[in-house]
Design a protein around this ligand. Sequence first.
Ligand code: 5AD
Ligand code: FES
Length: 347
Amino acid sequence: MELKNTKYYDDQTLKRWIGDDSLNDELATRANKIRREIYGDKVYVRGLIEFSNICKNNCYYCGIRGANKNIARYRLSTEEIIATADLGYDLGYRTIVLQGGEDAYYTDDIFVSIIEEIKGHHPDIAITLSLGERSYESYKRLYIAGADRYLLREETSDKDHYYKLHPRDMSFEARRKALFNLKEIGYQVGGGFMVGSPYQTDDMIIKDLRFLQELEPAMIGIGPYLTQHDTPFRDFSNGSYRKTLRLISILRILFPYALIPSTTSLGTIDPRGREEGLKAGANVLMPNLSPTSVRESYALYDNKICTGEEAAECRACLEVRVKNAGFRIVSARGDVISYNKETRRYN
Ligand code: 5AD
Ligand code: FES
């Protein structure tokens, strides 16, 4: 079974790869070769604006869950969001990611005006949304307004596991449906999951890989699960750093074309995590652009890096880190490359 854009490996092989801590180097070498063939030494950067930490949901792993009374809640205004996007543009970002909790304050009308205004200022910028679950109609309106991409991790592809991570008022089916809706509308879609979330087994990770092969997302975001002290999961330990790196390599081998970020959570679990993620096969970084005054409050997990640094400091810091890892940041939209079966090339 050869899927359109993905490479097939049987469950046994995947299980061996996922479970064996001695395979990191071998898998990274394979992944890096594929990544260099398709994307060269380019690293795409996305300026992340965490516009609100107000959320109606109560995911058991997440620090900004609605029931957490111990964090200061904030919302950036339309003007602040647009000014932050302008700053990102000046720093060289050609993709802006708007990410926030599921905060009903931000209606479709508000997002439409934000998207139109950012696109009006900078027609050459791509806008990625990460707003959680919304209706088909809402996704469609935001797409028509000019949004290009959407990040919505499936979190887990095992139904029982889903309800160990989320309360019953959330829906496993709705999540998956939302991802297919986004794809149907025309977004470049990003899925993904946490590595080492409570109760996760290697078989569940294989299910995620299979689900992603069915979805064929343009982007796949993974990072280690990290403890947050104000959640019901406070007593579970962090996911494995090496396993996360190995999974980045596995993703690159399975999804040669994909845009795979080396995430902030990877940089949080290990000071060299983001560089090592790139070497393992990742080709995207998503530095924070949010005003420093609110960064501390977007506390999905404990000890998050870069909460004290200004956007320009992170930009300069990453330049050095990426260079040291043997790659090069480019100032480009960085759209997904796809495989053309007829020409047998990626374009
Ligand atoms: N550790 C690591 N990642 C987390 N996320 C949420 N909470 C945590 C945590 N405690 C991830 C989820 C979500 C993304 C924005 O952040 O996968 O989709
Ligand atoms: Fe933020 Fe290094 S990326 S300080």
